[in-house]
Structures are given as C-alpha cells and as structure tokens.
Design a binder for this molecule. Structure first.
Ligand code: ATP
Ligand code: SKM
Ligand code: MG
Length: 169
C-alpha cells in the first residue's frame, strides 16, 4: 500500500467515522474526521457555523481545510463531511492525491438509522424527509467518482472494513 491518504466519502450516517476508526486501527494510521478538524480549526461547532453564517460560508471553510489536508498530509484516514465531495475542487484534490472509498447505502437501510442521526447534523433537522431523499439521490452519481465503491447494506462496520482491506490488497 502506498503512502496516500485514504479518503472515505458517502452520505451522512453511512458509517465513514465508524469504519474510518476501524481502518485506522487495522492499518496503524491516524484517523481524522474532517468535520471535527473544521470545528477544531475554527473554534466553532458545525451547527454554530451553519446558524451564524449559513451553508455557503460553511462550504468555503470546508473547501479550504479539506483540500489542505488532502494535499499536505500523508498516510491518514480522512473522513469527509457528507457534502464535501459535491465541491468540484475537493473532488479533484481527492482523486489526484488520495485513494477515495465510497461507502454506499440504500435509501431503505439509511431510513432505519435516520432518527439516531439527527443530533448534530443541521441538514437533517432543517429538511423534510422528501428533501433529504432528494439530496440523497442527487449526491449518488457524484460519489461514484471514486477509487473503490463499497455497498454497506446489511454489512457490519467490521465486515465493511474487511471488504476495503481486500479491495486495496
Ligand atoms: N455498517 C453499519 N451497520 C449498522 N450501523 C452502522 C454501520 N456503520 C455505522 N453505523 C451506525 O450509524 C451511525 C452513523 O455512523 P457514522 O457516524 O460512522 O456515520 P458518518 O458517515 O461518519 O456520518 P457523518 O457524515 O454525519 O459524519 C452510528 O450510530 C453508527 O454506529
Ligand atoms: O451532508 C452534508 O452536507 C453535511 C454533512 C456533515 O458531515 C457536515 O459536514 C455538515 O453537517 C454537512
Ligand atoms: Mg462522520
């Protein structure tokens, strides 16, 4: 395996953080959740940034910090915010500098998790179910521009980790 960062992408709640931590253990690499990195670097929570400055301002901050970590760090496991990959500049930096793993999930399986996901995820609190499903569907084709695509339906985080290890071997 090379020294590239591994970048996990996919919709909110698909398991990027959970699987990212397991992968980091297996590979003896550091795990960085980019939502938490953004909060640390700005000194504010993501809900606070959304509330005070709005989504457009959040996306600019997200772009600057995510691209910096993609380009200027090595050997990390980076879990991207659920919407980060929709930004073309972030996508280009990830595909050029990193190995990108898309964690996919069906809408039906995702719905089963939705209630537990609402806390701390402002987009899920603001939007109707119909709007969330539209967002879910609209992002799918963009996430497919990746290095490895893993469907996680009825698969435990440990099994997902194993599938990723096999794909990269
Ligand atoms: N493969 C899985 N099977 C069942 N539950 C899972 C799986 N992966 C994650 N979960 C559960 O789903 C919830 C969301 O997982 P996690 O926080 O890892 O998602 P995420 O992709 O990092 O979300 P976000 O984009 O909002 O940061 C957690 O409660 C986690 O335990
Ligand atoms: O899917 C999204 O657009 C988001 C997902 C979260 O990870 C956070 O980055 C933020 O709440 C926006
Ligand atoms: Mg996460």
């Amino acid at each position: 395996m090379d020294d590239n960062n591994l970048v996990l992408i996919g919709f909110m709640g698909v398991g990027k953080t959970t699987v990212g931590e397991l992968l980091a253990d297996r590979l003896q690499r550091e795990f960085l959740d980019m939502d938490r990195v953004i909060e640390k670097e700005t000194g504010r929570t993501i809900p606070d940034i959304f509330a005070a400055e709005g989504e457009v301002a959040f996306r600019e901050i997200e772009k600057r910090i995510t691209i910096d970590y993609c380009r200027n760090t090595k050997k990390n496991i980076l879990s991207l915010g659920g919407g980060a990959y929709m930004q073309p500049e972030i996508r280009e930096a990830c595909l050029k500098e990193c190995t990108v793993i898309f964690l996919d999930i069906s809408w039906e399986q995702w719905l089963e998790r939705m209630e537990e996901l609402k806390e701390g995820r402002p987009l899920l609190q603001e939007k109707s179910l119909e709007e969330i499903q539209k967002l879910f569907d609209s992002r799918h084709d963009t996430y497919r521009h990746c290095t490895h695509h893993v469907l996680t339906d009825r698969t435990t985080p440990e099994e997902v980790t194993e599938i990723i290890m096999e794909k990269m071997s």
